[in-house]
Design a binder for this molecule. Structure first.
Ligand code: MN
Length: 227
């Protein structure tokens, strides 16, 4: 056996041209929509931060299949706006935080909800619930130069044609500049970081054969079949 070789970062395509962006790290915000925190039994929660490995990325510039993961009987969808950072920093002021955003994508933070519930019950970490193969499904990245600063816009997820999640980006507890400023007090943010910005209410289970279609106004769409 050879020692593992250093590899380059995973990539995501840029929407509408031949470009790609590198994915250095996947940062996630949880409980960033009040109605979702409430449906999870934690009304009034302050948003939280967790991570997924870059290896969990499933790029979805077109329709993709996600294999149903092991060790769960309750795989949930969480539709989210994803930020692609083109610059970083520490202790970034809210007023400067928009300058970090290179682009946006539609994402699904796939979650093994039963493992998350078990972790919560024991006060343990969420890694097994959040970080697994294809747990971070992300579409093509739309440059911010094309769509500007996203402070509102409808997010909508259908499963087999039925609407499950339907909300607006303006309902975030921590809007984009606030969540980037907060994250930058915890670590040095860097170009290539992806940031899942939290899911609105309506999360629920999916099973093999289900067809998921996510859409975020101004950003694009995502089509995923559970295999
Ligand atoms: Mn989430």
């Amino acid at each position: 056996m050879q020692p593992p070789r250093p590899q380059s970062w995973p990539t995501l395509p840029v929407a509408g041209d031949d470009g790609v962006v590198g994915v250095r790290r996947i940062l996630c915000i949880g409980k960033n929509y009040a109605a979702h925190a409430a449906e999870m039994g934690d009304p009034g929660a302050r948003p939280i931060h967790f991570t997924k490995s870059p290896d969990a990325l499933l790029a979805a510039p077109g329709p993709v299949a996600m294999p149903y993961p092991p060790r769960t009987h309750d795989l949930h969808h969480e539709l989210e706006l994803v930020l692609c950072l083109g610059a970083g920093g520490r202790d970034v002021p809210v007023a400067d935080a928009w300058d970090l955003v290179w682009g946006y994508a539609v994402g699904l933070d796939m979650t093994r909800r039963d493992l998350q519930a078990a972790a919560k019950a024991k006060g343990g970490p969420w890694a097994s619930a959040k970080d697994f193969d294809a747990a971070a499904i992300v579409g093509a990245v739309v440059p911010a130069t094309r769509v500007g600063r996203l402070t509102s816009g409808r997010l909508r997820l259908e499963v087999n044609g039925q609407v499950r999640q339907d909300a607006d980006l303006s309902q975030m507890t921590w809007p984009i500049p606030a969540l980037l400023a907060e994250l930058s007090t915890l670590m040095t943010l860097r170009a290539g970081d992806l940031v899942f910005t939290g899911t609105p209410e309506g999360v629920g289970p999916v099973v093999p054969g289900d067809e998921l279609r996510g859409h975020i106004e101004g950003v694009g769409q995502l089509a995923v079949t559970i295999a």
